[in-house]
Design a protein around this ligand. Structure first.
Ligand SMILES: C[S@@+](CC[C@H](N)C(=O)[O-])C[C@H]1O[C@@H](n2cnc3c(N)ncnc32)[C@H](O)[C@@H]1O
Length: 364
């Protein structure tokens, strides 16, 4: 159990600092952010805990070997020299995922994949062996997560353009919500932001209701895993500030209610079918965190009208609140007429997006 493993915690570009914070909070040292993730050295229980508890990461992979290969012979020799029985269960099936640069002799990824499967001599299966070749240096890693970490196990109905759960959590963290005062999402769709906020406030581990690839590895130990789970469960609190999710679409609210129940936070989220122009806020000021439509047209309305109306409602009803709005380059955030600044830049479904945050000041 005291082995130290080189791990890479994969993150969507832009979310690396948040993932670094999450990894450090679990006591992982050293940890270094690079583009696309965080490099770190971990014990096995730390690797499991990152999978269980990271809210913003995509997946975790572990480095198995690194060697030089300038042809298929040296590639297959290097791959065969890896003590696979220490990494994979005797009957585990594998699949390989190869990336290579044009500078390397082994640039034909299809041919590398074929030789790798031949050398590994295992049936096709779920354990993913990642092969990366850069300037003839081959890095072999194993995917410890399995399904991506945003698959928490709670999503049923998806609604229109749902956010990835890891991005929903990242927005709440980047909004700097204090998890003590109310959080409102008036464009809640399937409820991702509100559900991730409730999981954060109640300190519930996002991966508690799913399984991971590492559970099939020979290094997995039931007792040590039970301790990691107990540690996570011991942190859970019942107390949760008001979290309010509304949307003008009744189907979206039905999806939010079902998803919140599946995530175990059904009692922590208040829902309402309501257009943003009828926004209702609790008396105590808190945070409005949302992902309004980005498109040019929204159900027949012009997106500019929507932002004009949203801005007017905020300036009328939300003085003293903090606002965090996710938008794309097409989103007319300036029409809110609020002193917002970019707090996070990342991508959502291939679109570049920015979270704009700031206070709603009193009228001059
Ligand atoms: C991009 S989606 C939000 C997705 C959500 N974050 C999720 O993860 O599922 C935008 C939502 O805004 C809602 N919407 C559009 N115009 C609205 C309005 N004027 N008032 C309230 N909701 C509105 C839509 O019904 C849609 O569910």
């Amino acid at each position: 159990m005291s082995a130290r493993i080189d791990a890479f915690v994969v993150a969507v570009p832009g979310l690396e600092p948040l993932v670094l914070g999450e990894v450090q909070k679990l006591g992982v040292r050293p940890a270094r952010p690079v583009r696309g993730g965080v490099e770190c050295t971990v014990t096995w229980p730390q690797l499991w805990a990152i999978n269980l508890r990271s809210r913003s990461a995509t997946r975790v992979v572990v480095r198995v070997a690194r060697f030089k290969a300038d042809g298929f012979h040296s590639f297959q020799k290097g791959l065969a020299a890896i003590p696979w029985s220490e990494w994979l269960a005797p009957n585990a099936g594998v699949q390989v995922s190869v990336t290579s640069d044009k500078e390397s002799k082994l640039y034909h990824t299809g041919a590398v994949e074929e030789r790798a499967m031949e050398t590994l001599a295992r049936p096709l299966g779920e354990q993913v062996v990642l092969i990366r070749i850069l300037h003839d240096i081959v890095t072999i890693s194993l995917d410890a997560s399995g399904a991506p970490l945003h698959h928490r196990g709670w999503r049923g109905p998806a609604g229109k353009a749902p956010l990835r759960e890891s991005l929903g959590a990242a927005l709440v963290t980047a909004s700097e919500w204090d998890a003590k005062t109310p959080l409102v999402d008036p464009f809640c769709g399937s409820g991702t932001i509100a559900i991730e906020a409730a999981l954060i406030a109640r300190r519930m581990a996002p991966g508690r209701n799913r399984s991971f690839a590492f559970q099939q590895w020979p290094t997995f130990e039931d007792d040590a895993w039970a301790r990691v789970l107990r540690g996570a469960d011991g942190d859970v609190v019942e107390k949760c500030p008001p979290i309010i999710a509304s949307d003008r679409d009744a189907g979206a609210i039905a999806a939010t209610i079902e998803n919140a129940a599946r995530a175990g936070v059904g009692d922590n989220i208040e829902t309402a079918v309501r257009a943003v122009s009828d926004l209702v806020l609790p008396p105590r000021a808190g945070w409005i965190v949302c992902n309004p439509p980005y498109g040019q047209r929204v159900g027949g309305d012009d997106i500019r009208n929507l932002y004009d109306r949203f801005g007017a409602v905020l300036r009328e009803k939300a003085v003293g609140w903090n606002v965090a709005v996710l938008g794309s380059s097409d989103t007319p955030v300036a029409r809110l007429h609020l002193p917002l600044r970019p707090a996070l830049s990342t991508t959502n479904g291939g679109i570049e997006v920015v979270l704009h945050t700031g206070p709603v000041p009193p009228a001059p």
